[in-house]
Design a protein around this ligand. Structure first.
Ligand code: PEP
Length: 254
């Protein structure tokens, strides 16, 4: 049996609209997290709501993280937020390389690599998001794209630091579209990714790295995904904004 503890995270993106809604959502999700929840849970909230969301989940055990952290420590970087800033709010996790950051904000593999290294150097856990676009999927490039992203985005990350890294495989065509990658197909990609990690860090380390699936995960699809041997969790966008749905997702049935 694998020693990997499943890990399910919600990515709120630029939602909800107000601090009070964030507090209410955080509280409701935290109340559905209990000793019988079969996974670790984290919520990635917009910067202005991080402090309040940390307060809302309280001592429930739900972790709060930032959706991205800029690579500089301080200074003239208007609108940017540093790792130390998020850490000072009690956030010990951040996303890096979400497809919206890559596609809409032009973040390159090199930018993402710097973010990953910066997070790890501050002892903050990192969910590194990778995945192919629809065009790449149609051209049969899933394996090569994931391999390249893993190698470029993890450049310089040590085997020891991999304890603080989670990979989220998110086919871009499945994000926010309602199109879930079939569980068996996702399993194959996860196995490929684990093979790449084994080449980079050795099989023993690769076996400890959690690989989440992301892309339109719902209460209806989560159980089948979580039953796959290399799917160790989920990164959930839309459904993490509906407490009832996200509560069912984190309390998936094994
Ligand atoms: C995401 O934003 O990482 C995501 C997977 O979104 P959704 O669940 O809405 O597809």
């Amino acid at each position: 049996l694998s020693a990997r503890t499943p890990f399910i995270a919600g990515n709120w993106k630029m939602n909800p609209g107000t601090k009070n809604e964030a507090i209410a959502l955080g509280k409701e999700i935290a109340s559905s997290f209990s000793d019988s929840t079969p996974c670790e849970v984290a919520l990635f909230a917009p910067y202005p709501f991080l402090d309040a969301t940390v307060g809302a989940v309280g001592s429930s055990g739900v972790k709060i993280g930032a959706e991205m952290a800029f690579v500089e420590e301080k200074g003239a970087f208007t609108a940017a937020v540093s790792v130390s800033m998020i850490k000072s709010l009690g956030c010990n996790w951040a996303l890096a390389g979400h497809s919206e950051r890559r596609c809409l904000f032009g973040e390159t593999d090199e930018d993402i690599n710097k973010q990953v290294l910066n997070l790890l150097n501050h002892d903050v856990g990192c969910i590194l998001c990778i995945g192919e676009t629809q065009a790449e999927y149609e051209q049969g490039l899933v394996g090569p794209i994931c391999t390249t992203q893993l190698k470029k985005n993890l450049l310089g990350v040590t085997a020891e630091q991999m304890a603080n890294v989670v990979i989220a495989y998110e086919p871009v065509w499945a994000i926010g579209t309602g199109l879930t990658c079939p569980a068996s197909e996702a399993q194959d990609v996860h196995a490929t990714c684990r093979g790449v990690l084994a080449d980079m860090y050795g099989a023993a380390i690769a076996d400890t790295v959690r690989i989440q699936y992301g892309g339109s995960v719902t209460p209806e699809t989560v159980d089948e995904l979580m039953a796959k041997p290399d799917i160790d969790g989920a990164l959930v966008g839309g459904a993490s904004l509906v407490a009832e749905k996200f509560s069912r997702i984190i309390n998936f049935k094994v």
